[in-house]
Design a protein around this ligand. Structure first.
Ligand code: FAD
Length: 388
């Protein structure tokens, strides 16, 4: 089977679907090729099944990229408000959970159905169960070889995502294609991912959740950490993991709203044991393990001033050295990808390969937790959709 079409988009994820809708609106003949049996698989599992589809406030500061300015153009041309309007047009009820994060009231399936119905309305052809194997370029035409025949097109969009969750079919396909055409890649690494530790001492406090301030390489977040059997997870850890490189320490303030030195000094005459004093703040098991590790528990009155100072420092500047992360198997996104210096920020087209576009997670633009990654997928898909 051989098809000739105006636009071929590889990947029916958030970015590919949005690009197809926009190109379809312009009357372009669009085919999406998707290797899975269904479209929008990551959307379906996102946000715990309710899809955190955007954030009320989106700025370039919410993204990590070798070129921090690259994302500004696309984000300003398709804003959270634009996506919210689409959601409202389809009568999808939604709510803000916290920190501007918008979720469906009911199910992430509604977002996939919305995108599918927009695709149908704009005559987009979606070919699922079709895997792209290789791509060739001759003069101005791309030939796309798939498990179901060959496609030829002048505009080829790579929307094949990153490497996170290989179980769901994620591969490095987009990077292979980028390299084939001589584009540079910023090394893809797992991001928004839990940390692991060798012999994690707090595994017995697994399930404990603490509101903390966390810092790594000059970036700080205020969110929750969660103790797991293997190490630390929770939104604060996922956020900071995107700024972490192997060998870096992370610093946690377990009392982000309190001057612990002043608090302990105020209670310095108390007969309460340290672990019992800390329990209401940190939870019983966590407080016990913390004392076993850092300061044998005894009545507060028995500590010297120097020890009180050291306890306070340890609680507010708790330094940890993660061994690693849970890797792509558990990472929500991939940091790194196609170097943005290779792409036009206006069109997402490769600067030196006419007709070749990269959008979504395959590009070196990585959002924070909280709807920012979908907003990048929508915005970069929208941008390319105006030009393909
Ligand atoms: C568990 C989880 C929860 C998440 N929750 C949120 C959230 O609530 N909010 C948020 O903003 N972000 C969330 N994310 C991140 C978000 O899902 C991604 O950033 C986003 O889906 C990226 O969209 P994309 O279109 O670039 O890539 P993808 O959604 O990964 O789509 C790429 C598509 O390309 C297809 N493909 C790949 N290779 C080929 C090939 N060779 N041939 C044919 N097809 C191919 C894949 O099958 C896939 O369908 C979450 C991620 C995970 C893993």
């Amino acid at each position: 089977m051989s098809n000739t079409t105006d636009v071929v988009i590889i990947g029916a994820g958030a970015a590919g679907l949005m690009c197809a809708i926009e190109a379809g609106k312009r009357g372009r003949n669009v085919v999406i090729i998707e290797k899975s049996e269904k479209i929008g698989k990551k959307i379906l599992i996102s946000g715990g099944g309710r899809c955190n589809f955007t954030n009320r406030t989106v700025t370039r500061q919410n993204y990590i990229s070798r070129n921090p300015h690259f994302c500004t153009s696309a984000l300003s041309r398709f804003t959270p408000h634009d996506f919210i309007s689409l959601v409202e047009k389809h009568n999808i009820a939604y709510h803000e959970k916290k920190l501007g994060q918008l979720f469906c009231d009911d199910s992430a399936r509604q977002i996939v159905e919305m995108l599918h119905s927009e695709c149908l309305q704009h005559n987009v052809h979606i070919h699922t169960d079709t895997e792209v194997h290789t791509i060739e370029k001759t003069d101005e035409t791309f030939t796309v070889h798939t498990s179901n025949g060959t496609y030829t097109t002048q505009s080829l969009v790579i929307a094949s995502g990153g490497k996170s969750i290989p179980k769901m079919g994620a591969t490095g396909f987009g990077y292979t294609i980028a390299k084939q055409f001589g584009l540079k890649i910023i090394e893809p690494v797992p991001a928004l991912v839990p940390f692991t530790f060798t012999n994690f001492p707090f595994s017995e406090a697994s399930g404990a959740s603490l509101d903390v301030e966390i810092e790594c390489n000059g970036t700080t977040f205020r969110e929750y950490i969660l103790c797991t059997h293997k190490g630390l997870s929770g939104p604060a850890i996922l956020q900071i993991s995107s700024y972490w490189n192997h060998g870096d320490a992370i610093t946690i303030n377990l009392f982000p709203d309190t001057n612990v030195h002043a608090l302990l000094t105020e209670h310095h005459t108390s007969k309460t044991e340290l672990k019992n004093f800390l329990s209401p703040y940190l939870g019983k098991r966590f407080a016990e393990i913390w004392c076993e590790l850092y300061m044998p528990s005894k009545p507060l009155a028995h500590y010297t001033h120097k020890q009180i100072e050291s306890i306070a420092t340890q609680l507010q500047h708790w330094q940890l050295l993660p061994t690693g992360t849970e890797g792509f198997a558990k990472a929500e996104v991939t940091r790194g990808g196609v170097d943005t210096n290779e792409l036009s920020s206006k069109t997402m087209e490769a600067k030196h390969i006419a007709g070749l576009y990269f959008i979504g997670e395959v590009v070196d633009v990585t959002g924070w937790l909280g709807g920012y990654n979908f907003q990048w997928a929508w915005a970069s898909g929208f941008a390319a959709g105006q030009y393909v």
